[in-house]
Design a protein around this ligand. Structure first.
Ligand code: PD2
Ligand code: ZN
Length: 281
């Protein structure tokens, strides 16, 4: 069990009362999650209480601890439900996976067409205040789709959930970014800085970000790679491909510092899906 979430007598009583009232273990787990418990800690606490009181063992939560495909056996293709996706490159630390053939050319076009009229100069989430602000480190234009907003968005979100083995409901809406020549996204972390005063407000909705998937919708003629400066990695922005990376704690030790290199010629378009630790409503 994680530190700071001990099995108190009150918790034991609450669990006993809920079970006696006929509530299921999954519903208890959901309530504990809503109250800020991490799933793994909630499962361990529920299991410990159940074991102590009845000797029975609860079924483990089916969800793995972190998003990401099962790459045991080093498959070249991963089943993403409606489409096999290529595994082009992997790195352990930071955890980075480059996927090929994640999106069709038609899907890339459809996302760009639906986003184009709604672009505005990109804002970034301000952990100082919990709001959003213009950021000189990010010179792209962007917009957000609602989750499931149109059939193409919904289909791609289902594919991502299956590929990364992470519930669709734990994902933020898709973000679309367009980089004109000279535009870039300077190196940053995608998690919310725990030391900033606005972060607790942001975390109330879905908890921390734990992974990022950047999908390339249109490749520029030159520049625009996604860089990981700590490890000297640069991913080429090839249409239909994507780079996935995950971070199991909001800390630079994850080595997930990353940026969008300046576009030198042409226009780069991406779609970003951020995954949270809990349901993002
Ligand atoms: O467009 C990119 O390559 C990029 C780089 C870094 C996108 C993001 N971060 C992001 O959307 O967070
Ligand atoms: Zn980023």
């Amino acid at each position: 069990m994680s530190e700071g979430q001990p099995i108190t007598p009150e918790l034991r009583e609450w669990v006993a009362a809920q079970l006696a009232a006929g509530h299921s273990v999954p519903s208890l787990r959901a309530s504990m999650r809503a109250a800020g418990w991490r799933d793994e800690a909630a499962d361990l606490a529920l299991q410990a209480i159940e074991l102590q009181s009845t000797g029975a063992v609860l079924p483990a939560a089916p969800r793995p601890a972190m998003p990401g495909p099962d790459l045991s056996g080093s498959p070249l293709l991963v089943d993403a439900g409606d489409r096999p996706v290529r595994v082009l490159q992997t790195m352990q630390h930071p955890r980075v996976i480059v996927f090929g053939d994640l999106l069709s050319a038609d899907e890339c076009e459809a996302l760009i067409a639906a986003a184009r009229q709604r672009l505005a100069r990109s804002l970034t989430v301000e952990t100082k205040t919990g709001g959003e602000a213009l950021n000189v480190d990010r010179t792209s234009d962007g917009m957000f789709f609602e989750r499931g907003e149109n059939p193409v968005v919904a289909r791609i979100e289902q594919r991502i959930a299956k590929l990364l083995k992470w519930p669709l409901e734990f994902g933020e809406g898709l973000q679309i970014l367009r980089y004109a020549p000279g535009a870039q996204y300077r190196p940053h972390y995608d998690y919310f800085d725990p030391g900033e005063p606005g972060t607790p407000t942001i975390l109330r909705r879905g908890g921390q970000r734990v992974a990022t998937l950047v999908m390339y919708l249109q490749e520029p003629e030159q520049g625009g790679g996604t860089t990981f400066p700590d490890v000297g990695l640069e991913v080429a922005p090839q249409r239909g491909s994507a780079v996935f990376f995950s971070y199991d704690r909001p800390d630079p030790s994850t080595r997930t510092l990353h940026g969008g290199a300046p576009v030198v010629a042409g226009e780069k378009w991406v779609a970003t899906k951020w995954l949270r630790e809990r349901e993002f409503i």
